[in-house]
Design a protein around this ligand. Sequence first.
Ligand code: TEU
Ligand code: CA
Length: 561
Amino acid sequence: MEKTDIKWWQQAVVYQIYPRSFQDTNHDGIGDLKGIEQHLDYVKELGADVIWLNPIYDSPNKDNGYDISDYEAINPEFGSMQDFEDLLAAAHERGLKIVMDLVVNHTSDQHQWFIESRSNQENGKRDFYIWRDPVDGHEPNNWGSFFSGPAWKFDEATGQYYLHLFAEGQPDLNWQNEAVRDAVFGMMNRWVDKGIDGFRMDVISLISKPEGLPDGQVPEGGTYGNSNDAVANGPHVHEYLQEMRQRVLNNADLMTVGEASNVDIENAKRYSNLNGQELNMVFQFEHMELDENPNPALGKWYDQRVPLPLLKENLTKWQEELANQAWNSLYWSNHDQPRIVSRYGASQGEERVLSAKMLGTLLHFMQGTPYIYQGEEIGMTNAYNLDWDDFDDIEIKNARKYLVDQDHLIDADTLLRYVHYKGRDNARTPMQWNQEENAGFTTGQPWLKLNDNYDEVNVAAALADKDSIFYHYQKLIKLRHELPIITTGRYELIDPHDDAVYTYKRVGDDEELLVINNFNDETLVREYELPDNASLLISNYDDDQGKTLRPFESKVYRYQK
Ligand code: TEU
Ligand code: CA
């Protein structure tokens, strides 16, 4: 990769904000746009270039904003369109870009299109969604929803089923209908005209459904067919994205990232090809799905860590195979994933701090565009203090309803253990700003219980400590901006079989970086060949003990070849 070819979004670092949990300013316990504006300087201080906002559109919140009832109105809980425009202007003034969530695989069942569509079979909007007659009095096929239970809902009034790959309140749009594409592209162009800087596209790999909607494979012991495998990367998805590129994305200098459930290397090379026909990059899921339950009927619900060599093998595959052809996104966390320190590091004490820095270093020295999820930069952890009555997430609630109560695949205590390891609410507890009541998030009643460790883990404490995780991330971002090799260098894995240490190189024309990361909470000895001119670029300890690697030690050397 030539240095001159670098695009701005390849050298950028993205900070993801989950507005509901970021900062409340009007005491209703719900984060809002004004709260985000208040903290723009914080994001700037961290050094990120781009903010990705989770959905802020009007929504009945069956799935916290991923069920949109009006794409062109702001959810009043978050503020007004004026507040949004103010936020965008304030971000731009500081040189920060804003990328919006685009949720167009489905709408809310409260969207005007669906209200019309379900009104009767002859309605002009009927074909905006995917309606089918019952087959032998049953669902049209065996697909299960991503949130457990069936993917079809029978509509008494019109005698047909509609498809919802996610919650019942999230009917799938029919992308085969040209009028749907016209409506979506028109809406996107109006946002582009407002001056936004890009889109993160929700489950974009699912928009093209397979011809004839064939049954999915039913896992052993399971009830429903796998709709993800049946639908992902469907027959027309690349065609639709190329059309979107032509009709919307080429109208401005945008950053685009497709959330691509079930995407493999070959598909990713098409979605995010450097030829610029579709998207800039995708969020692939493979490294997030290594710790799924060995019983496929339980899907993601599990509590066992992944052996390190498997993680390396996977991340390495993506680094190697996309190089010079497509572009990687790099992420450890988002609003759907548990906290990364609780998954691959430690949740408490000094080890929490060390492992957060180690994990940050590992990710930020790879090739791709890094995404930081709010709170990751202060090492927020899973919320072990939340119990059944505290959860809000529909995925968690449905798992309880279907996997425990209806299908008896698992007992409630085991599921709770799994939820504490994997549940989405671990990421959604309010941002921890300081030691004050509700961590400074709200003076009202927070919409979701806080993690009870905010006394220790909070932004104020991080900013006051020069050795904090925050400043480590700040340094990682700065290095990415300053050293082109982090963007362009070739990745090379050093220790594929080591089950405790993950070491890789970035190889440039005349220099190299050696990135060493100890995943163990024990001291180990490992020796690497280093030229005499090697200097330590960043580390999470204040001295270098050579071949001795202390718990979660992470260090990067830079040297001339
Ligand atoms: O997530 C898509 C998706 O694949 C998730 O359902 C994922 O499998 C799950 O969250 C892992 O636990 C996107 C959004 O990021 C998510 O918040 C939405 O709920 C979902 O789409 C539906 O819009
Ligand atoms: Ca509020």
